[in-house]
Design a protein around this ligand. Structure first.
Ligand code: NDP
Ligand code: OXD
Length: 311
């Protein structure tokens, strides 16, 4: 029996995914696979789903066994009432490695104060050596697949690393905080804060006027998580008041970030266009194929989304 796999994505994704997905299906031992972007809904067995797909009504996909999201973040699909089959999200080594590199790079920029030397138009000779990583406290908010990998990598550099999440974690070299009281303690330690929380009702405005004020003066915020984690007006106020020192933002409430948004022109804000970690077809196809293999073998899916928690 042919296994029908729908790639629900914009047309431009097809050339990127066709080869890697078919190769990964073969490597996973899946035979007689038909991968396409236009399969009759009632024939589809699995849906590989890109968040910008036009597919919003899953009702006609009567025999589909799962929707396999190509992104780690699921805020665009998790609340879809027409989706009643299992939903998995992307966890793959390429995504994790990309996030480690991006986060460590931006943490290092702030830790070493690189900007002062990259932009020095007056050729000022003002030696002000940076602290050692041992004496710098970095807090990662959201200690899941990506946050815990970044926290471990930062700990290996020697940073004094803490992590905050819903549940307590045991990670070598990383102090774990959780819950409301844990959040307060974590904030007070966050000379550099990395946000890797998902976008849910509970994480909305995690950084707001009150919580920003708990952070050390001059703190840097790095947000590859999602735009709604931050109250934008409160952040701009805190930057203008000289409390928060800098914000490096990769994700926004509206993307692309509107050209007239104050973040673009703000001297203490760095905007990157949602590039912290890309889902790369070469690696993500392996996760997709493994989950389809599992589905066919009657084994539990990996990386299932908890629909009630929203991530
Ligand atoms: P995970 O689901 O593995 O981790 C989420 C973490 O957030 C968990 O540690 C979880 O706690 C914690 N968390 C969730 N809700 C709360 C809460 N209310 N209070 C405290 N902690 C909470 O996700 P990933 O690590 O894979 O990805 C994280 C996010 O990164 C994605 O959702 C996405 O938004 C973003 N992302 C951005 C990319 C980019 O290019 N900018 C690329 C990829 C992802 P617990 O462990 O206790 O459940
Ligand atoms: C993701 C992302 O969630 O790229 O995977 O933001």
């Amino acid at each position: 029996m042919t296994l029908n796999i729908l790639l629900a994505a914009k047309e431009e994704r097809w050339p990127l995914y066709e080869g890697p997905l078919n190769d990964a299906f073969k490597a996973a031992g899946l035979v007689d696979v038909h991968l396409a972007t236009d399969i009759a809904p009632s024939d589809v067995d699995y849906i590989v789903y890109a968040p910008n797909s036009d597919l919003k009504d899953f009702t006609p996909y009567t025999k589909a066994k799962a929707v396999l999201n190509l992104w780690a973040g699921v805020e665009g699909i998790v609340g879809n009432q027409t989706l009643t089959i299992p939903l998995t999200r992307m966890v793959d080594p390429g995504l994790t490695q990309g996030m480690i590199e991006w986060v460590c790079g931006h943490v290092m920029r702030h830790h070493l104060g690189m900007d002062a030397h990259i932009n020095n138009p007056t050729h000022e000779w003002a030696p002000s050596p940076p602290a050692l990583a041992w004496d710098r406290s970095v807090v990662v908010f959201g200690m899941g697949e990506l946050g815990s990998a970044c926290a471990s990598a930062l700990a290996k550099f020697g940073f004094n690393v803490s992590g905050w999440s819903r549940s307590e974690k045991t990670i070598e070299g990383v102090t774990s905080y959780h819950g409301a009281q844990g959040l307060k303690t974590a904030l007070t330690k966050a000379e550099i804060a990395v946000l890797l929380l998902p976008d849910t009702a509970a994480t909305n405005n995690t950084l707001n006027g009150e919580t920003l004020a708990m952070m050390p003066k001059g703190a840097a915020i790095i947000n590859p998580g999602r735009g709604p984690l931050i109250d934008d007006d409160a952040l701009l106020q805190s930057l203008d008041a000289g409390h928060i020192g800098h914000a490096t933002l990769d994700t926004f409430r509206i993307e692309p970030l509107p050209t007239d948004h104050p973040y673009w022109a703000h001297p203490k804000v760095t905007v990157t266009p949602h590039i912290a970690a890309e889902t790369r077809a070469k690696y993500s196809s392996l996760t997709i194929a493994e989950n389809i293999r599992r589905g066919q073998a009657g084994e539990p899916f990996l990386h299932l989304v908890d629909r009630s928690a929203g991530y």
